[in-house]
Design a protein around this ligand. Sequence first.
Ligand SMILES: Cc1cc2nc3c(=O)[nH]c(=O)nc-3n(C[C@H](O)[C@H](O)[C@H](O)COP(=O)(O)O)c2cc1C
Length: 346
Amino acid sequence: MDALPPQGRAAAALERLMARGAAFLGSRHAIMGGAMSWVSERHLVSALSNAGAFGVIACGAMDPPRLAEEIAATQALTGRPFGVNLITMHPQLEALVQVCLDAGVGHIVFAGGIPPGAAIRKAKEGGAKVVCFAPALALARKLVRSGADALVIEGSEAGGHIGPVSLNVLAQEILPTMAREVPVFVAGGIGRGEAILSYLEMGAAGVQLGTRFVCASECIAHPRFKQAFLRAAARDAVPTVQLDERFPVIPVRALQNQGTRRFIEHQAAVIRRFQAGELTKEAAQLEIEHFWAGSLRRAVIEGDVEQGSLMAGQSVGMVTREQPAAEIIAELIGQAVAALAAREAG
Ligand SMILES: Cc1cc2nc3c(=O)[nH]c(=O)nc-3n(C[C@H](O)[C@H](O)[C@H](O)COP(=O)(O)O)c2cc1C
């Protein structure tokens, strides 16, 4: 052991801390690329897996043939393992699970709510490992009882759809109990290796990052979408504003733009029409929900960064340049190793 130089000992120590998560994923590093709709397609996913991390395809609203095509295209670009993220309310959820199984995908991540027991069973019986999002300790326990092989806990610092609790608190509530039972991956606001190290030391099996990978050179996001990330600071990535508790809005963390400001005016106008008796409560709720339909695609693919949705986490301030996925992974690992080596030296 002492034959290794301090940097080598630190790298070996980090590898030990990541061993459980890496073995579960089948990757070199216990770093998952969080699935991002429209962003996490074949290019970013394969680049992350080729770099030793674990890419995850975002199925989003794809239908089964489209998902099969995306998996095959990803397999053509990498021989390394990757996962597929399925949204639980997708009307063809079981058919999508079957597509993953037919293609030999080893890991299915269920997102967007508690997955139906039948979908979990189907995935497991077909030989895939099941990963679920646990928003609270009681649900974490329930998910593991239902067959989840691993959990992701995602704090409100994250980009995209968010829960109300920060990762700082979720990690303290969930890791001490659940990390004994299954590998737990932590997500939300992670932008540097030192943070990865600290969560591993708290008992996390690994981490999941999304925002940090949007400006990977391999990522197909529109140059204007990437530019918005490069310019933004942590405080620019804010949750959706809800005007009236009678009309709940789904909380999404995104960069402020004309769209987020227009959404506030839109809610006010709809609420006025409801109060004037022009709209029923249900119709008003639907009009509010409809506002963001198709808006992530508009920003990511078409580059409409003013009206589209710029989903981003608070770690966006740590995204400072476009760089290859392998360089981002090397930087994260390097920061964690340097932090461990510095302790030894001090
Ligand atoms: C643009 C964008 C789109 C996302 N889309 C999805 C999605 O389709 N499904 C999902 O489970 N999570 C989605 N997420 C969340 C990520 O998978 C990941 O958990 C999150 O980005 C981690 O937090 P971070 O952004 O602070 O790194 C999205 C995040 C972003 C930034």
